[in-house]
Structures are given as C-alpha cells and as structure tokens.
Design a protein around this ligand. Structure first.
Ligand SMILES: C[S@@+](CC[C@H](N)C(=O)[O-])C[C@H]1O[C@@H](n2cnc3c(N)ncnc32)[C@H](O)[C@@H]1O
Length: 459
C-alpha cells in the first residue's frame, strides 16, 4: 500500500470510529424551550434541538454542564411520522423558530404535553386540569409585529442566530404578516434609510391590520433630520407612519405629522364584543404592546368573556391599552386598569373614547404592586382581578392578591414556568382552578399563551 493509501485508510478509520462513538439516544419528549430530552447510557440527561419525540438520533455533544449535556443531532436514525421538511430556509440558523420540522398538528400536541408537564412539575397541578391548546387559525404569516437588528454599515435587517449573538439577515419571515414583510424587503433599498441606518441598532415593523398598512419604529443614537424621517414614510408606500426613539419616555412621531389617528395601528374587533359601537376598533401606537397573533388574541377574549361571566366590577393589573379589559367592561358596571407604560395608557384612553367606554373605564399609569397595596390599605376588594404579566410573572403581587381578589382571578400568562410557580402559591392561599386552556399564539416556536381561571374556595 502506498503512503497516501495508508493516510486515507487511517483518516477514514478515524472518521468512522469517531462517528461510531457518537452516542445514539431515543428522544423521550420535547421540553419547554423546544429541545428534545434524551438520556445517555450512563443516565445523564442530554438536550438536543430539531428532533421529535420517539426518534432515535445520533448526537454530537457540544457542551457538558454539571447536571446535563447539550448536543446537536447528527443523524436522525428513525424519523418520526410527525417530521416534515422545514418550510423556511433560515430554520436551524435563525433563533426565532424551534418547531418548524414538525407538522402543525404535532406542534400543538407537543405544546399541550409541555404545558401539562411544566404545570405538574413546577406547580404540582394534575395534568388533566389542562383542557388542551387552541390551535392558531394561521400557521404562518400570523405575526403582526417583528423586531429586527440592523447590520452595521449596510442597514440590512436580521434576527439573532441560534445560540449566538451574530445576525442572520432576513429577506422574508414566514411568521410575519404581508405588510410587515413588504416593508422588511423594501426598507434596505430606501435612500432615506441608507442615511438613517448608520446610527440605528433596532427596528420594529408592525402591521395595522385594519388598513393593510404597517408602521416603523426605529431606535437611533442621535437626533435624525426630520426631512429624512419624512422621506422614509414617502419612499415606502405600505408605511402608514414612522416613529423613532432617541431618548425619553416615548418615541417621537408620527411622520407624517398628519397620519390618521396620530399614526396609530388599527385593530378591528368583532361587533359582538362591542354591540353598541359601529365598526369597533383598537388604536395602538407603534411600540405599545399588542398580542402578536390577532386571531388567537380574539379567541382568548372570547374565552375570557365566557369564563368571566358578566362580573359586576373588574380590576386589570396589566391592562396595556385595554385589550382584555374593554370587552369585559361592556359586561360590567365598573372597570379599572393599570399599567406602567404611559403610551399604553394614552392609547387605552383614546380607544375607550372611540368605543364609547370612557365613563365606565378608568385607566391609570401605576404599577400592579402599588395598585394592590393601595387597594388593600383602603380595604377595597374586587370580584374579578385580571393578571397578564410579562414573562417574570406575578411574584411581587402574591402577598396582597388574596386579600383583594375576593372571588376570582383570571391569569393570562406567556410563560408556563412562572405561571406554575404563581399557581402553586395561589392554590395554597385558598383558590381552586376552574379552567386551564392554552392558546397557540406563536406557531413554529415553543412559546404559547395560557389562560387560567381561579375561584376563591368557600369557608
Ligand atoms: C403581556 S403585556 C399585556 C398587556 C395587555 N393585557 C394586552 O393584552 O395587550 C404586559 C403588560 O404589563 C405591563 N407591565 C409591566 N410591568 C408592570 C408592572 N410592574 N405593573 C403593571 N403593569 C406592568 C406592560 O407595560 C405590558 O403592557
């Protein structure tokens, strides 16, 4: 054998033996975060992305921690019948989606299992309390808002890569609505944007579904020329308005100055929620929180109305612009909402006026904790308290909540682990679960929204 032949033989033996030494595991389930959980032959837990329950997978270990390992799938040896070719070319590189390799039915099943498991493990709740997860009417193009990072120098837009801080540039996002994708494509070609992008790090493109248009909000480190910002709105015909955030509590805008409704986005809501208002609509400024998937948001509101069952008075401790509060206000005599975002409160007041609810609803810029404490000091109670916190949950509210929410709490959460923690406390503080229902607000990702209705036990 020649020397070259020897080298080839040795190299292929090395590759073959390395490959043979890579562990093969069976995926037990997917866990919150979207990774598959499997066990090595010595019992250690390993997490691996891009797999499905039941699959046999050859792994490449990428990191060892004290209690677990992280791996990448090298070969899927027995593909699950739920597996499909991920439709998005960025899947696997982009950090945005985790479940595109599964059929949509399988995603909903997996999320139901994840929710049950998380509430049982961290909250001690029986798994059969979770009724299921309501699928999204749209599997793709459901997101009416997307936030991008700006590539320094070129002004191109992208998301952060999986397990990295690098950018993956995006021309089209399968999750984004049509108008959002159109602005995403056209923005880097705009002359005004070429001038503005040098000092811009992030942008948010948000749809105005009632108008088939979009808005743009960008974060910039120096005060831009108004002429450039106005030119941007003109160069992109699908843009309703442009805002920018340079410093201070709220963004500057709208550009153009006379954009309808102060440049706000319009969200039509069903007539049955507001029977006395013709063509009811919510009005929301760019940057103010809105639920990402409007069709699923409307399903949540429907369930909320059913569960809340005409409460005489309702207090919403994370009211935002009034999304959940207004449809309940119509069914009650008094509705109060608080939120820490001044923009959300301003939009809530604007929307309440348009819906003819100003006299029934009061909105105030206050924190949930301050509100609870003041309510408790005044010995005031509410028959229904709504919670819809950011991911961190309601830990700081738990001390006073049972003193104020005398009958019912409806807790809407986007984070099952913190929800489980808070439910554990509330169950020990005298509440019982009436309903738990998931909503797939975020197809293709591991995220979901959960509605829990709790009732105070008698005696
Ligand atoms: C998940 S969003 C929900 C908003 C609204 N319920 C909706 O559906 O549009 C959470 C809201 O909590 C608000 N928030 C964050 N921290 C808060 C606090 N400490 N007290 C009251 N509101 C807070 C945010 O401004 C945001 O509007």
């Amino acid at each position: 054998m020649t020397l070259q032949g020897c080298f080839i033989l040795l190299a292929s033996y090395h590759i073959f033996s390395e490959r043979a030494m890579r562990p093969v595991v069976a995926v037990e389930k997917l866990v919150f975060g979207g990774d598959g959980l499997a066990r090595l032959s010595d019992g250690r837990v390993v997490f691996v992305p891009g797999v499905a329950p039941g699959e046999e997978v050859r792994l490449r270990i990428v990191r060892e921690e004290k209690d677990y390992l992280l791996a990448e799938p090298e070969d899927i040896l027995s593909p699950s019948p739920d597996r499909r070719e991920p439709p998005c070319p960025y899947f696997g590189t982009c950090g945005g989606c985790q479940l595109q390799h599964l059929s949509y039915e399988a995603q909903v099943r997996v999320k139901t299992d994840m929710l049950r498991e998380t509430l049982r493990r961290l909250g001690g709740l029986p798994e059969d309390l979770v009724e299921g997860v309501v699928p999204s009417p749209r599997e793709f193009h459901y997101r009416h808002r997307l936030r991008f990072h700006v590539e320094p120098g070129t002004g191109a837009l992208g998301f952060v890569k999986r397990r990295s801080h690098d950018l993956v540039l995006i021309r089209h996002c399968l999750l984004g609505e049509g108008s959002v994708n159109e602005v995403l494509q056209k923005l880097p070609e705009s002359n005004a944007w070429r001038r503005l992008q040098a000092f811009t790090k992030r942008v948010k493109i948000e749809a105005s579904p009632g108008e088939g248009l979009a808005t743009l909000l960008f974060w910039i480190t120096v005060e831009p020329l108004s002429a450039d910002v106005e030119a941007l709105a003109q160069e992109l015909p699908r843009l309703k308005s442009v805002f920018y955030w340079v410093r201070g509590p709220k963004p500057r805008g709208p550009f153009p100055l006379d954009a309808p409704h102060g440049g706000r986005r319009l969200f039509p809501v069903p007539q049955k929620f507001f029977p006395e208002t013709p063509n009811p609509c919510y009005f929301v400024r760019p940057g103010v929180f809105t639920q990402a998937n409007w069709e699923i948001n409307l399903r949540i509101i429907e369930t909320l109305r059913e569960v809340a069952d005409s409460p005489p008075r309702v207090l919403d401790l994370h009211a935002g612009m009034g999304n959940f509060l207004f449809p309940l206000a119509v069914l009650s005599q008094e509705a109060q909402g608080v939120d820490t975002d001044p923009g959300a409160i301003a939009d809530g007041e604007y929307t309440a006026a348009q819906l003819g609810l100003s006299r029934k609803v009061s909105l105030e810029r206050l924190s949930a904790a301050e509100t609870l404490l003041e309510t408790w000091k005044a010995a005031e109670t509410w028959p229904l308290v709504l919670l819809d916190p950011p991911r961190g949950g309601c830990r700081e509210l738990l001390r006073y909540l049972p003193e104020v929410a005398k009958e019912r709490i409806i807790y809407i959460s986007c984070d099952p682990p913190t929800l489980a923690r808070d439910l554990k406390f509330l169950l020990s503080a005298g509440y019982e679960v009436e309903r738990i229902l998931g909503f797939d607000m975020f197809p293709q990702t591991y995220h979901l929204e959960v509605l829990v209705s709790l009732k105070k036990r008698r005696g």
